[in-house]
Design a binder for this molecule. Structure first.
Ligand SMILES: Cc1cc2nc3c(=O)[nH]c(=O)nc-3n(C[C@H](O)[C@H](O)[C@H](O)COP(=O)(O)OP(=O)(O)OC[C@H]3O[C@@H](n4cnc5c(N)ncnc54)[C@H](O)[C@@H]3O)c2cc1C
Length: 467
């Protein structure tokens, strides 16, 4: 039998980081991956493809230049699905190559096949050609991720009625699209297709979207989407999706309203990929969404020596946090100390426009009864914003009136997912409003919005007492 110190199931961000960490600590490590290429959802169907698609769409449409040249401005007049796919394939090849090299450099062994438990320390791997291989592990990390939730009342056909994996394979860009689900994935794709001039309608059963975000940011974002004619239908569930004789899709809501679109994207949830792992053989079970419960400090499951990390353990389900979870799990599994992750991590939503957030929202600050002050800056107040022709973009910071510390930073607009890291650093280093007021920022930059928002808050907070 093949003996390993640490066996990782899944080569997405959690598995990849965990495997390399354990190998760097001198352990004999194996990664089992059932996909044909390493990288997981992050590289093949999730993070990287959707971000590449977004970048391509913004470049080919000339989206970033429209503030100057008007809404009809285009870099390429006719954009096809093939235009979008070309860049995607190049990016994915590069990502896989980097990852393969990392594994090779760190002497991480790989095995292609589907893993399932025989017992707590033994896994059986079925390769594509049917060969079965058994491996023995001192410790196991389950980094198996998730797959799209596909309810039985939606007649998926892989072409016109699709999930968020299938959207990467479409042959033609639709002229109209209904997106079911206003979570992060639904909203990202809805706004990318809207930027490509597809007429998009989003349907969401809740009364709003992205409820974990600061309300003011969501309101600004929703205003921008409606301003470019996206339809946002909240508080409604989908009763039926069907194709009519012309091949168009009809979506009927529970209130009787119906709408026709060339394509329907169902993006309402994902489930943990645990159903074929034979978890009971190792004494574990998943919840009704296929998720595995872990100790949040070590990522060890209820069974000692078996760990789980990444999307399979649930919130926040980000590639960025999955990597850190994998690293912590690997260190614990091989008996190496792991420091606690910093209190605040950023959340990036790569919609058009981008949103990013770190720390407490204004609603959370209110719920906790913390006296606070907000500072707001519009990107159009910055010289860089003028140069870029930006007519939207908002940065909001929340400060404690008692300690003057930054409590949260929330951004919607160009570059939000990069800009947020300034706020994240100040938050984790426990900085105050004075940091923004007293420091010099490069000029002209969008980061200058931090200074403007800091001054806006400071004007109402007044001088630091005792100075
Ligand atoms: C459309 C979309 C956009 C996203 N955008 C972002 C973003 O912008 N930023 C961000 O941080 N996150 C984003 N995410 C989330 C991110 O992709 C996930 O958080 C991340 O991929 C989770 O990593 P993971 O390691 O848990 O597993 P995954 O990346 O899901 O990989 C799991 C791997 O395990 C393998 N596997 C499963 N079962 C078995 C088995 N039994 N045997 C062998 N192998 C198995 C699978 O084949 C897969 O390769 C996005 C997700 C989607 C779907």
């Amino acid at each position: 039998m093949n003996q390993y110190d640490f066996v990782v199931v899944g080569s997405g961000p959690a598995g990849r980081r965990a495997a390399i960490q354990a190998a760097k600590l001198g352990k004999k490590v194996l990664v089992i991956e059932k996909g044909t290429r390493v990288g997981g959802v992050s590289v093949h169907t999730g993070t990287i493809p959707s971000k590449t698609l977004r970048e391509t769409a913004l470049n080919l449409t000339g989206w970033r230049e429209r503030g100057f040249y008007g809404r009809s401005y285009r870099v390429k007049q006719e954009i096809s699905a093939e235009d979008l796919r070309r860049r995607l394939l190049i990016t994915l090849d590069h990502e896989v190559d980097v990852l393969e090299h990392q594994f090779a450099r760190n002497r991480v062994s790989q095995l292609r096949g589907h893993a399932r438990f025989i017992d707590k320390n033994t896994l059986e791997v079925e390769k594509e050609d049917g060969e079965i291989i058994r491996v023995h592990a001192e410790a196991v990390l389950l980094a198996v991720g998730t797959r799209p939730y596909r309810p039985s009342h939606i007649p998926f056909d892989g072409e016109k009625i699709i999930d968020s994996d299938e959207i990467l394979e479409i042959k033609d860009l639709p002229r109209s699209m209904v997106v079911i689900g206003a979570g992060v994935i639904g909203i990202e794709y809805a706004t990318i297709f809207s930027a490509l001039d597809t007429a998009v309608t989003v349907i969401e059963p809740r009364d709003s979207m992205l409820e974990f975000l600061d309300k003011e940011i969501v309101e600004d974002f929703a205003y921008q989407l409606r301003d470019r004619n996206m339809k946002l239908v909240f508080g409604q569930t989908v009763e039926k999706v069907e194709k009519d004789a012309t091949g168009k899709c009809r979506v009927t809501l529970q209130n009787g309203r119906s709408m026709i679109a060339e394509m329907v994207l169902f993006a309402a949830g994902r489930v943990g990929a645990t159903d074929s792992l034979d978890l009971t053989a190792c004494g574990l079970e998943a919840d009704n969404r296929g998720r595995i419960k872990v100790d949040p400090d070590t990522f060890q499951t209820a069974v000692p020596g078996i760990y789980a990390a990444g999307d399979v353990v649930g919130f926040p389900s980000l590639a960025s946090t999955s990597m850190e979870q994998g690293r912590i799990a690997a260190r614990h599994a091989v008996g190496a100390p792991a420091q606690e992750p910093p209190q605040f991590f950023p959340y990036g939503i790569y919609a058009v426009p981008e949103i990013s957030t770190c720390g407490l929202t204004e609603e959370e600050v209110q719920q906790r009864g913390i006296p606070y002050e907000c500072g707001v800056a519009h990107f159009r107040e910055t010289s860089r914003g003028h140069i870029m022709g930006l007519d939207s973009g908002l940065l909001k910071m929340i400060f404690s009136l008692k300690t003057r510390r930054l409590l949260g930073v929330h951004i919607v607009g160009e570059g939000a997912t990069e800009l947020v890291h300034i706020g994240q650093a100040v938050l984790n280093l426990k900085g105050t409003v004075e940091y923004f007021v007293e420091n010099t920022f490069n000029y002209p930059t969008l980061a200058e919005a931090y200074k403007i928002a800091g001054l806006d808050a400071w004007n109402r907070m007044g001088e630091l007492q005792g100075t």
